[in-house]
Design a protein around this ligand. Sequence first.
Ligand SMILES: Nc1ncnc2c1ncn2[C@@H]1O[C@H](COP(=O)(O)OP(=O)(O)O)[C@@H](O)[C@H]1O
Ligand SMILES: [Mg+2]
Length: 426
Amino acid sequence: MTNLAYKTEHTFNWKEESASAALQSLRPLPRISIQVFCETAPVAEAIEKAGADRRMAKTHVKMHMGGISAAIEYYQSAATPNLIILESRTEPGELIDSLNQLAEVCDAGTKVVVIGHYNDVWLYRELIRTGISEYVVAPVSMPDIVGVIAGIFTDPSAGPIGKALAFVGGKGGVGSSTLAHNAGWAMSKLFESEVMVVDLDLPFGTANINFDQDPPQGIAEAVFAPERLDEVYLDRLLAQCAEGLSLLAAPSTLDRVYDFDAEAFVHIIDTAQRTAPVVVLDVPHLWTSWTKTTLARADDIVLTVTPELANLRNAKNLIDTLRKLRPNDDPPRLIINQTNVPKRPEIGVDDFADALGLVPLAVIPFEPQLFGKAANSGRMLGETDANHPIVQAINDMAHVLTGRREIRQKKKIGLGALFGRLGRRK
Ligand SMILES: Nc1ncnc2c1ncn2[C@@H]1O[C@H](COP(=O)(O)OP(=O)(O)O)[C@@H](O)[C@H]1O
Ligand SMILES: [Mg+2]
């Protein structure tokens, strides 16, 4: 993208930030329809990639080849969508003429973005003056496309959207929920920032126990009455656990079963992200359509494991699958929890992390006294023993997860033979 496109009111700091950092700062796009008329394969490819990005998951993108003339013909008989993206190699004067023809068949609410091949200031001004939302000069990249569309369709007056951090375990019982709750608590304490914990384990969730809460309402009311849910209703369903920390609690009862569609929690999470800058999603260890969607759409994923082979196998599968679902995002953050259990043979932390190609966000020893005491009294680890090294580790995690600090890199050691063992099982 050239400088031309920076000059509109929908400005991005593409120059200062890397493309992927700029992508990270974008909020998910609303449910808009987009039709694309391309002329060249590279532009079509960039748009196709953008359409597959998680931030565009709710949009409907339809691709056509043939540029502006195909669009003019197409809309003679079809209604225009929310957004038309046109690629054109036509020279500036002729391009303006064709766009005028298109304007005659375009509905008033439709936005138009033009991807051209002429870097021409006169053309740019002329296009913006005639109501084109953006003019971008080819070549374009996937982040350029997502950024331009986000600039038009995400309302800056809605303020910064919250980050959704999804915590999930490589197996059940690895401590994913406990660490999610404690990390959320630490973020709200350390940065005096509003944090919402959402317990997605409806039958068995423990956030209510860990925060010593027994709210009469919570996530079940939201998921079973989606038509009622907005920011105001969500507020009423929240339990206030501490200053700056609210909980959308699970019912943790078995009087009904909990089968959900892929999209069942999307609206709840969107609404939560409009009301709190950090949303901690406590995702149960399940692989269902809705857990898959929730993980695929989260801003960041924290994967907690314990150092044994089944966790390594599961973590590897999750990381590989998530890489396919979120090709433009970083891999999950890795927490290796419950290390050094007396008498238990374990996979070494470095071998484990190397086999996954990740630097762990944290390595947390097995410490039943601290965890047991906190769990049984309904208090956070930081309230139980503020100076414990594990509490310090969770505080460090909070800094990294909110983008305040990078992981402190440890020296890497050689690859273990772990995947040799896993490979044999296939
Ligand atoms: N590092 C640890 N040392 C000792 N106990 C732990 C540790 N991490 C978690 N636990 C305990 O393990 C149990 C399972 O934790 P939980 O967070 O419910 O796991 P998950 O959500 O992964 O199923 C809880 O009783 C918790 O207190
Ligand atoms: Mg759990």
